[in-house]
Design a protein around this ligand. Structure first.
Ligand code: ADP
Ligand code: MG
Length: 559
């Protein structure tokens, strides 16, 4: 065969390609399968415009064939194939995409099914192969051709006797090294895993002959191995199916299959958006917090698909921190990907999706709170703290999103209540939303400071989480009502008369207070008459905005 050289810049490009753009070698298979799918799509488009052609879906498939003896891996398709010229231009010129050209020629809009656009995916094969052979016969030509290359030093094209239309890509896998195991790409199980991971939703069957075993005969313990062809991918992603046809069980199975969690999801949200950005998302609220949830090790994120092909396993940009517990996936046809298809070119698109998703999750949680109280409380038990951290950490927009979702234990209701419920119950003359902070509900109940407020018949929210009071300080008010700690100096419930009386008492016992202050010097800064006590003789309190409980937390913080 006459050998042709890659152009100099192509050589360099190929080198860069092979060594640096992909973070994982296994994606070579995703690229070859995507090309095969594109080739079949092109057949389909051809049939749409050509009356003499019919398209029977069953005739079109992709096959993955490992051969351990030869150490080859073949990806075969029944797609449109390539002519000699196409081999030359599409595979001989790096960064030339026949698929992009096809899309333009046929005026196929952006975001349609055809995946290829950069003209580099094919060369990912050289990450794992030291020789790549392409045998192909085009729909428009009787003669088949073979393209062969060992990488950077060029390629050769010659005639081939392949009879059926379509393409076969044969990879001669590299020898194993100390660091790299290439034999893994010959293992049926490993290949199935890679196909499922990246190409599960390719619309054509990806077939593979797999080894199985069965009992020799009905009541025998002896097993015999046999071979069977299987379709590895599920083809239609659950999120593209009609919502009406899907059952709770389908969504639960998807959650399990995708290993989003070991629990059963508390709630799922399936949303399809056709706005400025189009996407499909299935989101789950887990039942339990993962063991590492409240630790720095926990990584938030959703799976990100572009047109059914996995781009990122955990895209953190899709979720705000306060909803970091949400699991699931987003598929969008409107993403502009970078060349390795592992990243996006514009964060703007993700931002937009994140904004929409956040709104949706909030709506669903509110609905849950309204209609399925018990389930909501279960959710709150697992993830409520995260919402409160959300209110505290990033005031501004977050608190608006989150304040309606908070629950606190109520002194009068003896259960968790929302701030809205609290305010709705407030008697007209009650000025503030009262709260008391402490270690536990039992401890708070015994606080002398709660007595006066409780005696007025006012409801008190119990704050037992360290973050509670900090979060509420960020909120400042809810539905126009300010928060007030029961240990605050001004509870807003004293009458003029009571104030007057306290002043008089203070004057009357001036000497005693001076004496007490002397005895307690260094331990307290002042001793005063309290208007808050009923049956208890004394209580400790702080001045200013920082409560005793907050002080404890702040003191315990590492410097
Ligand atoms: P892209 O898919 O982004 O266009 P690739 O490097 O993956 O870039 O492929 C380059 C071109 O080679 C494709 O656009 C297509 O025209 C052609 N090609 C690759 N694989 C096949 C195949 N299996 N069948 C037909 N054409 C193919
Ligand atoms: Mg491609």
């Amino acid at each position: 065969m006459a050998k042709k050289e890659f152009k100099a810049e192509s050589k360099r490009l190929l080198d860069i390609m092979i060594n640096s753009i992909y973070s994982q070698k296994e994606v070579f298979l995703r690229e070859l399968i995507s090309n095969a799918s594109d080739a079949i799509d092109k057949m389909y488009y051809q049939a749409l415009t050509d009356d003499s052609m019919t398209f029977h879906k069953d005739d079109y498939y992709i096959e993955v064939i490992p051969n351990k003896e030869e150490r080859t891996l073949t990806v075969k398709d029944t797609g449109i194939g390539m002519t000699e010229e196409e081999l030359e231009t599409n595979l001989g010129v790096i960064a030339k995409s026949g698929s992009l050209a096809f899309r333009k020629e046929n005026e196929i809009e952006d975001g349609h099914d055809i995946i290829g656009q950069f003209g580099v995916g094919f060369y990912a094969a050289f990450m794992v192969a030291d020789k790549v052979t392409v045998k192909t016969r085009s729909l428009s030509n009787e003669q088949a051709y073979k393209w062969e290359s060992t990488g950077a030093d060029g390629y050769a094209i010659e005639k081939d006797d392949k009879e059926d239309i379509g393409t076969e890509i044969i990879l001669n896998l590299k020898e194993n090294t100390d660091d790299e195991d290439y034999d893994q790409f010959l293992e049926e199980h490993r290949l199935q895993t890679i196909i499922k991971k990246y190409s599960d939703f390719i619309r054509y069957p990806i077939k593979m002959t797999v080894t199985k075993s069965k009992p020799q005969d009905e009541d025998s313990d002896e097993y015999v191995e046999y071979q069977e062809e299987e379709t590895v991918n599920s083809m239609v992603p659950i999120w593209r199916k009609n919502k009406e046809e899907l059952t709770d069980e389908d969504y639960e199975n998807f959650y399990k299959e995708k290993h989003y969690g070991f629990d059963k999801p508390l709630k799922y949200i399936h949303t399809k958006v056709d706005g400025t950005i189009r996407y499909n998302a299935i989101l789950y609220i887990p039942e339990n917090a993962p063991f590492d949830y409240y630790s720095p090790e926990y990584e938030k994120g959703l799976e990100l698909y572009s047109n059914g092909i996995l781009i990122m396993e955990k895209s953190p940009e899709l979720l705000p921190d306060y909803f970091s517990f949400v699991k699931g996936m987003v598929d969008s046809e409107d993403l502009s990907l970078n060349i390795s298809r592992e990243m996006l070119q514009h964060d703007r698109q993700l931002k937009l999706i994140e904004k929409n998703i956040t709104k949706k999750i909030k709506q669903e949680l509110k609905k849950l709170l309204r209609n399925e109280r018990e389930t909501y409380e279960k959710f709150y038990d697992a993830f409520g703290r995260q919402l409160k951290f959300g209110v505290y950490n990033n005031f501004g927009a977050n608190k608006e999103t989150l304040k309606d979702l908070l629950l606190f234990y109520s002194s009068t209701e003896k259960k968790l209540v929302s701030l809205h419920e609290y305010v709705a119950r407030m008697p007209e003359e009650q000025k503030y939303i009262y709260y008391a902070a402490g270690e536990s509900n039992e401890r708070i109940e015994k606080l002398p400071q709660t007595e006066l407020v409780a005696d007025k018949g006012y409801e008190i929210l119990y704050f037992t989480d360290e973050v509670d009071e900090f979060a509420i300080k960020m909120l400042n008010e809810y539905e126009g009502k300010e928060f007030r700690s029961v240990s605050s100096g001004d509870l807003g419930i004293d009458t003029e008369e009571e104030n007057q009386k306290a002043k008089e008492e203070e004057n009357e016992h001036q000497d005693m207070f001076v004496k007490m202050k002397e005895i307690l010097s260094g331990k307290v800064s002042d001793v005063k008459v309290s208007k808050r006590l009923k049956s208890h003789p004394v209580c400790l309190s702080t001045e200013g905005e920082i409560s005793l409980e907050m002080e404890k937390v702040i003191n315990a913080m590492p410097n």
